[in-house]
Design a protein around this ligand. Structure first.
Ligand code: DAH
Length: 341
């Protein structure tokens, strides 16, 4: 008897109930009064009292399992067909979904535009790694050891090798480019940079930069100004106002920062321009002779200018975005607003 119960339990457990016909045959085979479980109960009556004691619970357990399986299959089938009584769950007459078109990320759109503006005036695209040594990120760029200028850029160091770090600016690519080429050099480097900063609407622990440089005989500050004016006009339009402010970078001398009039408030003053009407878009200057020497370029013979900007900042001004975090949060509602163009 125990064997028959075990065999039947196996049959019940492995039964597949996918539709109403299968449900009905399950009921007929196992649950109904003429079913196999009822037959076992009939045989049970003939057993001795001692046998009944051991077999009774097993038989009741089998009956419960069959009823449970029947009920849950019945309710599943009921809910699958309840919306359209006897209709299949899939409505094959519905129109198909159209193809979903992707679009470029706003940072990619702006980055491509910046690259093409500089490529059209003869700059080549240079590449450099995101993990660099202290030399490329700091020392060769004239940041002395323990100089407070290193604090300007909170750095992520590689734990196992503290000489290696996540680059804090794409200016590091200037050093590898100069090592690989000799003047005249006219190049821009684009990529991701990292700083140990708290994430907020205005700062992030990673962002993107474009860094450019031009090294040749007799390069002057007017060449720098001409290039920046050309860039600002091509990127933001002819009517954009800009100004150069004296500044400090260890790798340029003299150094400047360039502001344009705030496009979010048309110069009236808002949170993005900190009520000044001006927004800083880039840093620039004449490459410090020490940097040229570090790259084995003779500063007596050559001079150069350099500039660097954050792509997020430019994109925020182009698209009137006031929160930096939107660029990395991957919200489709945000991203779908940008079609390549
Ligand atoms: N590396 C600077 C920064 O991250 C930006 C910069 C300033 C780059 C002046 C330059 C430059 O090449 O000449 O803030």
């Amino acid at each position: 008897m125990m064997d028959s119960i075990a065999q039947l339990r196996e049959k019940i457990e492995s039964a597949i109930i996918q539709d109403k016909a299968a449900l009905e045959s399950f009921r007929r085979d196992f649950i109904s009064k003429k079913g196999q479980i009822a037959a076992l109960f009939e045989a049970f009556k003939q057993l001795s009292t001692a046998e009944k004691k051991t077999i009774g619970p097993a038989l009741n357990g089998l009956k419960d399992a069959a009823e449970k399986k029947f009920k849950s299959a019945a309710s599943l089938l009921e809910s699958a067909t309840s919306s359209s009584t006897e209709q299949p769950a899939v409505d094959v007459t519905l129109p198909a979904f159209g193809p979903v078109m992707g679009s470029l990320h706003p940072l990619t759109i702006v980055q491509n535009k910046i690259i093409s503006i500089f490529q059209r005036i003869g700059f080549n695209l240079a590449e450099g790694p995101e993990i660099v040594g202290d030399w490329h990120n700091f020392s060769a760029l004239n940041f002395p050891d323990n100089h407070p200028a290193r604090d300007m850029q909170d750095t992520f160091f590689v734990q196992r090798n503290p000489d290696q770090l996540l680059r804090t600016h794409t200016t590091s690519v200037q050093i590898s480019t100069c090592a690989a080429q000799s003047p005249p050099i006219r190049s821009i480097a684009v990529g991701r940079v990292f700083r140990n900063e708290a994430i907020s609407a205005r700062s992030h622990c990673f962002f993107h930069q474009v860094d450019g440089m031009y090294i040749h005989t007799d390069v002057t500050f007017s060449d720098l100004k001409g290039t920046i004016y050309h860039f600002v006009e091509s990127m933001f339009g002819k009517a954009t106002k800009l100004r150069f402010r004296a500044s400090y970078f260890p790798f340029t001398e003299p150094s400047a920062e360039v502001d344009i009039n705030c496009r979010l408030c048309q110069g009236k003053g808002c949170t993005v321009c900190k009520q000044t009407g001006w927004v800083e878009i880039l840093g620039a200057g004449m490459i410090d002779p020490h940097v040229l020497t570090n790259c084995h370029i003779d500063p007596e013979q050559y001079s150069g200018f350099a500039f660097g900007m954050g792509i997020e900042r430019i994109a925020m001004l182009c698209y009137q975005i006031d929160d930096l975090r939107l660029f990395s949060e991957n919200h489709l509602a945000f991203l779908r607003q940008f079609t390549a163009g």
